[in-house]
Design a protein around this ligand. Structure first.
Ligand SMILES: CC(C)(COP(=O)(O)OP(=O)(O)OC[C@H]1O[C@@H](n2cnc3c(N)ncnc32)[C@H](O)[C@@H]1OP(=O)(O)O)[C@@H](O)C(=O)NCCC(=O)NCCS
Length: 143
């Protein structure tokens, strides 16, 4: 289900709960204005995941994905990412790209499970609690 401006409060509550360095309200608003694809996944009327993607020529960039703490580890992240990969494939994109903190083991597990492979590193890309942290750049090729 596409995200709208009315959903930002609910998404922001989860975002601040689950992300080490959460997006701000302004970043979600900017993404809506930029017409990035923004997805919500619900189960029994409760939010179980959200994601933001941006199309760049024939690539789809995953900008954000989150699952509420209390429903993590139940396959919702995999289901949402599989949906994004399927949409990308139908839109004739060549690959899905993303960046992830080297320390984010749950996300790395999710991306590996969905067929992403490391294609590079960006040194000191993210602010960390102490100093800076590398980003792993990953790609999921779409045959
Ligand atoms: C990353 C995230 C979206 C995964 O969502 P999820 O619904 O928990 O994922 P799934 O249940 O589909 O599990 C996917 C894989 O991650 C693994 N995983 C889930 N939680 C984990 C944890 N806390 N530690 C290690 N691995 C974990 C699962 O074991 C699974 O791998 P497997 O099938 O090989 O066992 C979720 O942990 C999250 O919202 N994290 C905070 C936000 C974030 O870091 N987003 C990504 C960067 S923008």
């Amino acid at each position: 289900m596409p995200m709208t401006a009315e959903d930002i409060d609910e998404v922001l509550a989860v975002e601040t709960q689950v992300q080490v360095h959460p997006w701000t309200r302004g970043q979600f608003q900017d993404s809506l204005v930029a017409e990035h694809a923004m997805w919500l996944m619900s189960k029994d009327d409760a939010l179980v995941g959200y994601a933001v993607t941006m199309n760049v020529v024939d690539e789809v960039h995953l900008l954000n994905i989150g699952v509420p703490t209390e429903v993590q580890g139940k396959g919702h992240g995999s289901a949402l990412l599989s949906y994004i990969i399927e949409l990308a494939w139908h839109s004739s994109a060549k690959r899905v790209l993303l960046e992830v903190r080297v320390s984010n083991l749950p996300a790395l597990a999710l991306y590996a499970r969905c067929g992403f492979k490391e294609i590079g590193r960006r040194r000191s890309y993210y602010a960390a609690f102490e100093g800076r942290e590398d980003a792993i750049v990953m790609a999921r090729e779409l045959a």
